[in-house]
Design a protein around this ligand. Structure first.
Ligand code: FES
Length: 72
């Protein structure tokens, strides 16, 4: 069964681990998960009222969100 995961955050979570600071991906686009690799910069100009997917080449594609009219 396929799953759809929506990511609304467009910047990493910063977590302290001892004397280290870790940047954890929250946008879902990192190619080095769980760590941020900067790919979230592709999302900074997204229209927050729309839903997008990104293909493997990083191209943004607007989709019709099926969460706009949730079924009961
Ligand atoms: S938060 Fe996902 S790549 Fe930076």
């Amino acid at each position: 069964m396929a799953r759809v995961v929506l990511h609304e955050r467009n910047r990493p979570y910063v977590v302290k681990a001892g004397d280290k600071e870790l940047h954890l991906c929250a946008c879902g686009l990192s190619e080095n998960k769980p760590y941020c690799d900067g790919h979230h910069m592709k999302t900074v100009d997204e229209d927050k009222t729309k839903t997008y997917v990104y293909d493997h080449d990083g191209n943004r594609i607007e989709i019709q969100s099926f969460y706009d009219n949730p079924k009961e």
